[in-house]
Design a protein around this ligand. Structure first.
Ligand code: EPU
Length: 428
């Protein structure tokens, strides 16, 4: 497993150019893996990224009694007739998304015991809507000794209204509702492309879901679901990361295997910053020939501007011409990495939900630390436009969500090196 001591050495100055191919979305595949628990037998997921989070989720499923095997870009998951029902702290604290097994397990086994994930670098990230929704579906949910324990001999359909279109709560409730008795209506549901992907897999499995892609999902429960083969939707956040990298370095990058229609907002913002974005066969091309102009962004649930792009656009604004305002509405404390950017010479001030960024001609390389996946990626991109060497520490965060991050940057012409004790064995 990749060590916490690994770091990246980034030498700024290169203009990125070339083509990259993105694989499936982390934030989809982790839930597709959880959804496989809903059916006995072998589910095969395609376009699965080689990232740390997939390996950890595979381990969560193995400990539930599943066989999980990677075959090329696919992952084959064989779910037993009676899977286990416990996900322990050791794994859940490494990957919050393992909370996604809660809904499927209680629906399929009548009981689920999942460790509470605890806090992380981007805010407290409560689970109240997951719990309230399951209670509405007839489960009893207790919190004991650091575990959430949900029980219901059989869930029953109900009307659930989410206070906020939470991605995780929508997914958990959706999966639980597929095997509930009767009809569930999830209102104010999240409608990210990854949720549409999950709905499409569930429908293939035999679930009855109406309103896919909308904020009202109606699920008619069925008795059993069947295993399927399913291709994971492309990772829009990874695709957007390469686009931002192209713009920051005044480069020209073609992003293949992606769906530009899932990136309308960020690509529009890059255009406002001065880039030329062209849709091409199987993806899009981004080109930039000058210093970017500052762009304001306001994060919101999809189809609004994704919070996962916020650190990347904040980084872009640090070297833009002009002053920008970034408003973070989804997570309460996604500013931790601002202090790291300041170490690179960025001029950023935060106040509550807002950050004001005054663009500078150039940043100046320094040692910095990655606190989460997107902040880590943002720091590497900042290093690409900094003078001298930027050493990014704790890059295991980047490994969680980006496959071959350094190799991709090097292929595009960047001067980036991974300094590690050993290659991560999950890449095999
Ligand atoms: N929230 C609650 N109560 C709940 C659920 C959520 O208060 O019961 C709050 C959270 O604290 C947060 C907000 O609602 O402030 C949004 O949370 P949401 O449930 O939508 O996010 P999530 O499911 O925890 C997923 C992605 C995140 C992404 C967000 C928003 C996965 C594995 N993670 O998180 O991705 O930022 O949706 O789009 O799907 C990343 O990939 O780096 C990442 C953090």
């Amino acid at each position: 497993m990749s060590g916490a001591t690994d770091h990246f050495l980034v030498r700024g100055g290169a203009r990125l150019s070339g083509a990259v191919r993105v694989s499936g979305a982390k934030n989809s595949v982790l839930k597709l893996m959880a959804a496989s628990l809903l059916a006995e037998g072998t589910t095969v997921l395609g376009n699965v990224p080689r990232i740390l989070d997939v390996a950890v989720m595979g381990e969560v499923l193995r400990r539930l009694g599943c066989e999980v095997v990677r075959e090329g870009s696919s992952v084959r998951i064989t779910v037993p007739e009676r899977p286990g029902h416990e996900a322990d702290y050791d794994l859940v604290r490494r990957i919050r998304a393992s909370i996604a097994v809660l809904g499927p397990l209680v629906a399929r086994c009548g009981e689920a015991k999942v460790a509470l994930p605890g806090g992380d670098a981007i805010g407290s990230r409560g689970l109240d809507m997951h719990v309230a929704g399951l209670v509405k579906l007839g489960a009893t949910v207790d919190s004991e000794h650091g575990y959430l324990i949900a029980r219901a001999p059989r869930l029953s359909g109900a009307a659930v209204w989410l206070d906020f279109p939470s991605v995780g709560a929508t997914e958990n409730l959706l999966m639980a509702a597929t095997l509930a008795k009767g009809t569930t209506v999830i209102d104010n549901a999240a409608r990210e492309p990854e949720i549409v992907d999950l709905c499409q897999m569930l429908v293939q499995m035999g679930a009855l879901i109406d309103g896919v892609g909308s904020s009202t999902l109606t699920v008619e429960g069925v008795e059993t679901l069947s295993p399927v083969q399913h291709e994971t939707v492309p990772d829009r956040i990874v695709a957007g990361t390469w686009a931002v990298a192209a713009v920051m370095t005044r480069g020209a990058v073609t992003v293949l295997g992606s769906r530009p229609e899932h990136l309308d907002m960020p690509l529009e913002k890059l255009t406002q910053a001065g880039a030329t974005v062209t849709v091409v066969d199987d993806g899009f091309h981004v080109e930039m020939d000058r210093r970017p102009s500052a762009v304001d962004v306001v994060t919101l649930p999809y189809p609004g501007f994704a919070t996962d792009f916020q650190p990347l656009f904040l980084g872009l604004n640090t070297i833009a011409e002009g002053t920008s305002m970034i408003t973070e509405n989804v997570f309460e404390s996604r500013w931790m990495f601002v202090d790291e950017l300041v170490r690179l010479g960025a001029e950023v001030r935060t106040d509550g939900h807002h950050a004001v960024v005054r663009g500078r001609e150039q940043l100046s390389g320094a040692p910095v630390t990655a606190h989460d996946i997107r902040a880590g990626a943002g720091l590497v991109l900042a290093g690409l436009v900094a003078d001298g060497v930027t050493e990014v520490g704790d890059v295991h965060h980047i490994d969680r969500g980006y496959a071959g991050f350094v190799d991709t940057l090097v292929a595009l012409g960047a001067d980036v090196q991974r300094i590690s004790v050993a290659e991560p064995d999950w890449l095999d």
